[in-house]
Design a protein around this ligand. Sequence first.
Ligand code: C5P
Length: 407
Amino acid sequence: MLKGKHIIVGVTGSIAAYKAALLIRLLIKEGAEVRVIMTPLAKEFISPLTLATLAKCPILTDFFDPTTGSWNSHVDLGLWADAYLIAPATANTVAKMAQGIADNLLLTTYLSARCPVMIAPAMDLDMFAHPVTQRNLSALRELGLAVMEPAAGELASGLDGKGRMEEPEGIVARLSDLLNPKPLSGKKILITAGPTYEKIDPVRFVGNYSSGKMGFALAEACARRGAEVLLITGPVALKTQHPAIRRMDVESAAEMHRLATDTFPDMDGALLCAAVADFTPGKQARQKLKRGKDALMLELLPTQDIAEAIGRMKTGKQFSVGFALETDDGQESALKKMKKKNFDFVVLNSLQDPQAGFGYDTNKITLLYPDGAKTCFELKSKKAVAEDIADELSRLKLDSLADSPTI
Ligand code: C5P
């Protein structure tokens, strides 16, 4: 979501400057172009060499280079930037920003920047709580700056309280929110993710290799575009980040079906990404099954198809998108699935593509539409695939779905 964005990272003299390394690395990973300005004191806390290497660009501190006479223009920098992120921001820098003091390159660039500015304060709890600091922060907020509230916890001083700079992942997510339009804002989206476990006895189950990575990446991508996401997930080892995601954990296909169909009427649409078991044991043993001489016969009964149920419930104002994971060239069966389950489009991924599907961090998808149109994508990280799918959803112009007939 920060691809191609020009970001200036301003680093000031706080112990939290060590987190700037990770922050810059994350911004570069997101595809941003980064310039770094350090205050003279910041260089005492983290080496410019580290930050320059991660940012792939020399660090700026001085107004000019006395050896070459070259000028670091704060005006040009300010105009170049799509966003100026000052992290960590010390009480001193916050105070100077609030007063318009411009005695270093970081501050002159702040006064020259026309782009959105975000600060992530970091300081000891009493400095943060001091009325003067609070007044300065309020003044900056009033000027339209985004202030990333520090977290509470153990501080470098050994004291415990509010003042720790927020973690880099959270800062990048907030920056991304700030810079990106919210085409899904006001939309409620249900996402199913992960595998389901179908119990055989109290300690055994029938399951599958789904990791849930695709569904979780989709949840983040939709939430970042402004949607309120309800994520119903089977057993996975993943965490959600965005505060707009409400997560509900289930185990079996029957539980997922119940929750999904109960909540769908209140949703604008659903992304059905879960690898729901197609069969479940007809009987669950109450006690752990013991091995004997005889073969154990398991009777497996078909589960209810959640996507199909949602496809039937769907009103003209709602959408549903499904996934088709096929082991052969699956276009034909994906199209059949789309019809049967009444999807607005279907995401096809083939297990024949190397590095795609279960467990991998990458995926290669084709989007198929009811009118026969299709869009093919390259092999990408699942996060990037999720961005593509969420962009497609945003393009669907959800409001116009009201006019389309349901099958
Ligand atoms: O028929 P198949 O399982 O291949 O269909 C895949 C699509 O249907 C996926 O979107 C999957 O999440 C959904 N599905 C479902 N409930 C089931 C089985 C599949 O929602 N019981």
